[in-house]
Unconditional design. Structure first.
Length: 40
């Protein structure tokens, strides 16, 4: 039971890490679009 819980925690941590990197990429794209609109 404990091993299942720890595996679930690792799974959640991996999902949160992927979401964090994905959010950073999305934020970078949004900022790039804003700067492009300002420059043009």
């Amino acid at each position: 039971m404990l091993s299942v819980f720890s595996a679930f925690q690792v799974f959640l941590a991996r999902i949160m890490y992927v979401n964090a990197t994905h959010n950073i990429i999305l934020t970078y794209i949004i900022m790039a679009n804003l700067f492009r609109d300002v420059l043009i």
